[in-house]
Each structure stands twice: as structure tokens, then as C-alpha cells.
Design a protein around this ligand. Structure first.
Ligand SMILES: *Cc1c(COP(=O)(O)O)cnc(C)c1O
Length: 720
């Protein structure tokens, strides 16, 4: 690999454009995106908002722009804001924890969803990690991310004419993506040798810059590695058990070694899911090799680490056979100062055979948390077996409810409205309730116009995609209709978009088709249902759910009012959460650890009709949306499904549809807008990224606020 940054030149006057495109800072700063769009708006669209590709393809045009006064002044202004952001020493973290300045925090995740142009995420976990990094950057938290670079990314979805998901993998072209290979000072590719048990390989490293935060991603697709070893980082969540174990060894142990090899030591560790739990062993081994006892070293490592579990489903936790573990670790445990039995005990769970990665992480970490209040209850119950002496409520797993990075998910016009009505500093004060109380003062028609524009943008995206498909991939006409060609911008539009895993019950609203048809085809008060989501490439039951929806989308008796949009990703997700009217979420409670798409929708004034599970059980207040089911769920089975579906139909028929279509004399649905405002007001403050990251920062660096350093600026306000 060569460093693409070195490969091409931009005009001297615009030299900083190269720095700008390689820092994902642009992805949440509208002024930077506007600049890219100005360079070439067609290319901006056809490259799916990838500025590296845009720049490489518009070099001739840049020569002209380098002489264009108007463009130059906008360029200078963006670069100034960019530099101010990067150079700011007066961050929340520095003000609050001056004594911890520079004490790095390593954040491990198997996937990072930062932007669509980097397809190395599959869903919720990755996007949460991406939002976490962006928020940490905004707050000045000294975080460094560790993960994998997957040359083939995650599966892309095509739907065949009979509705079956086709898994498409495309080798990603990294020379045209906002990511760079790490090089040695001599200008060669940085390579880390990695040996453990039968593993003996070379690892290349990639860097993604996210504002002030850097992510380091390991890649085994390196010359000299065997074909099998190259596959280790081949694709996200692919391969068999052995492959999975190799991935997790590299992620945890390789990740820890990489920080040393790059000479960026970290004092604190944040582990997401059991995937990277081997990290604990490596940090302990370092100290044991240097002379400490296992117990002493383990205690020290625990005191610096937080483990976050994201999965309330038993099957979602990785378990490996002890035979397989032994094959890889039969030298390693001596370096930990342990006997085989003592070592294997670290991964054991009472009542279950094998080595459980979550059990390992729970035992080795000093603090543990689930990702919502309900998920905390579920996790304490699930893992009480590891603390047999303790009462269930006292099992040491707390919760930090997830949040989303507001600037990433908030629609731009609304963002401007907030500047006007909430104050210029609302982004810094986003976790302060008094800021959001002022949402009430935004005129209804301003909110409504912004919303209707979003809706039009969503429909335009869907029509463009349908048209592209019609033009270039010789689709049948019915396939074009399934993509949303007949959508009506005036009709109440319900969005349902997420991974197609069984427990998410995507087809619940289809239980009574006659009743659903009545809602959809009402001549004066029509409803439309827009679905999107991928199934895991190996999950045929998930694909069958997609097929069921797809068949209805093709069925003329639903009048084109059921839509299934192909290839759900962050780009589509943004349009969905900003442009639908209502967000539907009906997983089987209590299996939704938190859920974040409903939060993204709510901050855009798109209220939820959702199961009382995950974040919504905390967020729902009776006036900011609608609830399905009961706290903790009705259990699994036919009767529970029927009762939950009844809740959905009844809420739509009796409350939601009438409210949506009740317009004032000015043509504006003031009752509906009240719910929209209540949704923004109550959700943004409690489920924003700043609140979440600050909660974690307190777990690492302590809750006590440090005294304000002398000479503190007075204009900027410190958040809570
Ligand atoms: C937010 C998001 C998710 C996660 O949504 P959930 O509600 O947690 O299921 C998945 N995929 C994409 C593309 C997202 O943006």
C-alpha cells in the first residue's frame, strides 16, 4: 500500500483541503460539507459524499476554484474553524480534569461506524462506537480507538426479484477513502509482527482521524501472510469459530501490543463487548513478565478498565471450546504465572461449558455496565451466576444509557433553528435541560417547514435510487415500485429500519393484513410504511422476513404504500430518521439492549411508537410519543405478539392518524407539532452523546470536578 495522501497534489492555495478530507471532522460540520458540494455537486452525490474521491476526481476544477474569490473566502473560513477546533485547549475535558491531561483512554470495538464512506460497521454497536469517538473529540477526551480494518467491509444488500437478500462483498478501494496506512519514518508501511500460539503473522495498520481522536485499525491482508491469515481481518463477523477466535485474539492482544508498538501508551481501557476481552490478559501479562504477581497485576488492570456489555441475548456472547483455547494459549498462561486450570477458570461460567468472552471481561474489569436501565436489570440477572454470594440487585453491573452524536444525526435546518432559538452555544450545553426548554419557543411553522423539507429529501433519495435501479440494473417495474416510487409526501409515513434479526419482529405490523390495508389505503388519511435493513449474511430466517415484506411491497393491493429500501447504511439512516413522520420499533422486550435509531429520530422531531424497552422505557413520558407493550415485556409467544400488535393498530387508529391529520386553519398540524417538540425537548438532553461520554469519563477519571483553572474564559459555559 502506498499512502494516497502523498500521491496527488492540489493547488498550493488550497493545500489544506487534503488535511480536511482526511479528517472525518467534515462529516459533522455542515460548512465543510457545503464546501465539498460546491467543488462539484454532481460528484459529491455520485461519490456518496466521499470527499477523498471527490477531490481526486476534480483536480482540474480545483485550479479554477483556486482563483475564485468567493470560493477562497469560504475555504479560508472552513479551514479557520477546523484549525480552531483542533487547537482548542479549552475543552470540557481539560477544564474538568486538568490533572488528567493527556492520560490516554484506549477504546476497543470490533467495528466503528464513523461515516458511510468507510464501510467497516454492521449496525448499532459500530455506529455507537463512531458516535462515541466524535463526542469524545468534541469534549476533548484523550481517546484512541482500536479495531479492525476490513478490506471487504460489511455485506452490501441487493434484493432479487423474488425478494431474497443477495450478499454482495466488494473489495473496498482504500486509496479513495478517508483513511491512511500508518507509515514508518522511512516512508515504508508500518508492520507489526504478531505471534501467539500457532498464530504468526504480520499486521498492517490504518489510521482514521476523527476530529481530535485517532482510530488505529489492524489489517492482516498483507503480503507474506498465508491466505488463511489474510482472512482474519477479511470481513466483519465472517468465518467459523476458529477464525472468530483468531480475530478476537488479534483485536484484544494485538490491539494492546499495537499501542506499545506505536508508542501511544494508554492508562485506561474501555472494552466494548467480549470481542476484545483478551486485552485484559495482555495488560496483566506485561506486568507479570515485569515481576508482579498475577493477582496484583489483575487488580491494577481492573482499576483502569471499564467493560460495556451491549447484548441481552445469551447467544450473542462468544463461547469457545476449552480445547480451542488451549491450542492457542498453552504457552501464554505460563507467562501469566498461571496453571492451565487456573487459566481456563477465567473464561468459565457456572452451568455452561466452554470459555465465555463476556465472563472473562466481567471478571477482569473494575467497572461494568449495561447500556440502559432495563438492560442493567437483565444483565445483572443473566450474570448473577458469576457472583453467587451476592443478591441479584447487588451484582456489580451498572448502566450508562446510550446516547447519539447530535451533530451527526440532526438535520441541518433544525440545527440552524436551534442556534437561533436556543443560543449559539447549544451544542456545548446539549446535556443541560434548560437549553431544551426553549424548544417551545420555536414557531410551529418553522419546525413544520423544516420537517417537510426533510421528508421531501427522503422521498427524493428513494426515487433517485429507484430510478438508478430502473435505468442501470434492468429491474422489473414492480421492483422499482418496491423502492418507493409511489410514495406520497402528504401521507403519514412510518419508518422501520434496523438489522433484520428475529427478535426485532419486523413483520409484527403485518399480523392483520386487512386491518393494515384499511390504514394504508384510507383515501383521506393514508399511511405509508417504509422498511429498510440488512439481515446477517448467514441468517436465512432474517432473509425470510425481508422476503415477506418485499412480497407485500410488490402486491398491488397495498397500492405502493409498503416500501422496502435496499442496502440500509448510515447514509440512508440519516435520511430515514430525519424524513419519516413516525419511528416504529417493536422488538421482543427485554431484548433490545438500548436501541439508538429512535433517539436519532426523536431529536429530529420524529416521535417513536415503540416497545417499552431499552432507552424508550426511560425516555417515554406520555407526551413525547407512543408506547407499545408493558415495561419488561409481555414475554415471548403468540399471545404476546398479538397483544403488542393490537397496541400498534389501536394507537395508529385512535391516536396517531387522527392527530397527524388534524390541521389548523393555517394547514399546520399543531397538535402533532406539540408531540414533535416534546420529543426533541425531552430526548436530546438525556440521550445525547455528551451526556453518555461524560458518564463514562466519570467512571475513568472520577466524578469530582476539578477547580476551574485560572484565567478561565467566561463566555463558554461548562456543561453539567
Ligand atoms: C442507528 C443505526 C443502527 C442501530 O439502530 P437500532 O435502533 O439500535 O437498531 C443500525 N444501523 C444504522 C445504519 C444506524 O444508523
Amino acid at each position: 500500500m502506498t499512502d494516497p495522501y502523498q500521491q496527488w497534489q492540489v493547488p498550493q492555495r488550497l493545500a489544506r483541503l487534503k488535511d480536511l478530507v482526511y479528517n472525518l471532522w467534515w462529516s459533522w460540520h455542515p460548512e465543510a460539507r457545503a464546501l465539498f458540494k460546491e467543488i462539484d455537486r454532481n460528484l459529491w452525490r455520485t461519490t456518496y459524499h466521499n470527499p477523498v474521491l471527490l477531490l481526486q476526481r476534480s483536480l482540474p476544477r480545483l485550479d479554477a476554484l483556486a482563483k475564485d474569490e468567493g470560493f477562497l473566502s469560504r475555504y479560508d473560513s472552513v479551514i479557520r474553524i477546523f484549525d480552531e477546533y483542533l487547537d482548542d485547549q479549552y475543552t470540557w475535558f481539560n477544564r474538568k480534569y486538568p490533572q488528567a491531561k493527556g492520560q490516554r483512554l484506549a477504546y476497543f470495538s470490533a467495528e466503528f461506524g464513523v461515516h458511510n464512506s468507510l464501510r467497516i460497521y454492521s449496525g448499532g454497536l459500530g455506529i455507537l462506537a463512531g458516535d462515541h469517538c466524535k463526542t469524545a473529540s468534541d469534549l476533548g477526551v484523550p481517546l484512541v480507538g482500536l479495531g479492525f480494518m476490513y478490506p471487504q467491509g460489511y455485506v452490501q444488500q441487493r434484493i432479487s426479484v423474488d425478494g431474497w437478500q443477495q450478499n454482495v462483498y466488494e473489495q473496498i478501494d482504500w486509496s479513495v477513502s478517508p483513511i491512511r496506512p500508518v507509515m514508518t519514518p522511512k516512508g515504508e508501511n508500518f508492520l507489526m509482527g504478531f505471534h501467539l500460539g500457532p498464530l504468526d503473522l504480520q499486521v498492517a495498520v490504518w489510521e482514521i482521524v476523527v476530529g481530535r481522536v485517532r482510530l488505529y485499525l489492524m489489517d492482516t491482508h498483507v503480503e507474506g501472510n498465508s491466505a488463511q491469515d489474510r482472512e482474519i481481518s477479511g470481513r466483519l463477523y465472517g468465518g467459523d469459530r476458529t477464525m472468530r477466535l483468531r480475530q478476537e485474539i488479534l483485536l484484544g492482544i494485538g490491539g494492546a501490543r499495537l499501542l506499545k508498538a506505536l508508542d501511544i501508551p494508554a492508562e485506561h481501557y474501555h472494552i466494548n463487548e467480549g470481542h476484545s476481552a483478551f486485552m485484559f490478559l495482555e495488560k496483566v501479562r506485561e506486568q507479570v513478565v515485569a515481576g508482579k504477581s498475577f493477582a496484583g497485576a489483575a487488580k491494577d488492570v481492573a482499576s483502569r478498565s471499564v467493560f460495556t456489555t451491549h447484548t441481552p441475548v445469551e447467544a450473542g456472547h462468544d463461547v469457545f471450546s476449552e480445547g480451542l483455547i488451549t491450542e492457542y494459549f498453552n504457552k501464554y498462561w505460563t507467562e501469566l504465572g498461571l496453571e492451565q486450570e487456573q487459566f481456563l477458570e477465567l473464561g468459565r461460567t457456572p452451568g455452561q461449558a466452554g470459555w465465555n468472552m463476556t465472563a472473562l471481561a466481567l471478571k477482569m474489569s473494575g467497572q461494568r455496565n449495561a447500556v440502559s436501565q432495563r438492560h442493567g436489570i437483565v444483565s445483572r440477572r443473566m450474570w448473577a451466576k458469576l457472583w453467587p454470594e451476592q443478591k441479584e440487585e447487588e451484582v456489580p453491573i451498572k448502566h450508562v444509557t446510550n446516547g447519539v452524536h447530535l451533530s451527526t444525526w440532526l438535520q441541518q435546518d433544525l440545527g440552524w433553528s436551534f442556534f437561533q432559538h436556543l443560543g449559539r452555544d447549544w451544542p456545548e450545553k446539549q446535556d443541560d435541560a434548560s437549553v431544551w426548554a426553549q424548544v417551545a419557543g420555536i414557531p410551529d411553522d418553522e419546525i413544520w417547514r423544516a420537517h417537510m423539507r426533510n421528508k421531501e429529501e427522503l422521498f427524493k433519495l428513494l426515487r433517485d435510487r429507484a430510478r438508478d435501479r430502473w435505468v442501470s440494473r434492468n429491474a422489473e417495474a414492480s421492483q422499482v415500485l418496491t423502492q418507493g416510487a409511489l410514495l406520497d409526501p402528504q401521507a403519514l409515513t412510518i419508518g422501520f429500519a434496523r438489522r433484520f434479526a428475529g427478535y426485532k419482529r419486523a413483520t409484527l405490523i403485518l399480523r392483520d393484513l386487512a386491518r393494515l390495508r384499511g390504514l394504508l389505503l384510507d383515501h383521506w388519511r393514508p399511511v405509508q410504511l417504509v422498511f429498510a435493513g440488512k439481515s446477517h449474511p448467514a441468517d436465512d430466517s432474517g432473509k425470510a422476513l425481508i422476503q415477506q415484506i418485499y412480497h407485500l411491497a410488490k402486491d398491488p393491493s397495498f397500492g405502493g404504500r409498503i416500501v422496502f429500501v435496499e442496502d440500509y447504511d448510515m447514509h440512508v439512516a440519516r435520511y430515514f430518521v430525519q424524513g419519516c413522520d413516525l419511528w416504529l420499533n417493536n422488538p421482543l422486550a427485554p431484548l433490545e439492549a438500548c436501541g439508538t435509531s429512535g433517539i436519532k429520530a426523536a431529536i429530529n422531531g420524529v416521535p417513536s411508537l415503540s416497545i417499552l424497552d431499552g432507552w424508550w422505557e426511560e425516555g417515554f413520558n406520555g407526551a413525547n410519543g407512543w408506547a407499545i407493550g408493558e415495561p419488561g415485556g409481555r414475554g415471548a409467544g403468540e399471545a404476546a405478539d398479538a397483544a403488542d400488535a393490537e397496541d400498534i393498530y389501536a394507537a395508529l387508529e385512535k391516536k396517531i392518524v387522527p392527530l397527524y391529520y388534524e390541521h389548523g386553519p393555517d394547514g399546520i398540524p399543531h397538535g402533532w407539532i406539540k408531540v414533535m417538540k416534546e420529543s426533541i425537548k425531552t430526548v436530546a438532553q438525556r440521550f445525547c452523546g455528551n451526556r453518555m461520554v461524560k458518564d463514562y469519563v466519570k467512571m475513568f477519571y472520577g466524578a469530582e470536578a476539578a477547580p476551574q483553572p485560572a484565567g478561565a474564559r467566561t463566555t463558554a459555559q461548562v456543561g453539567s
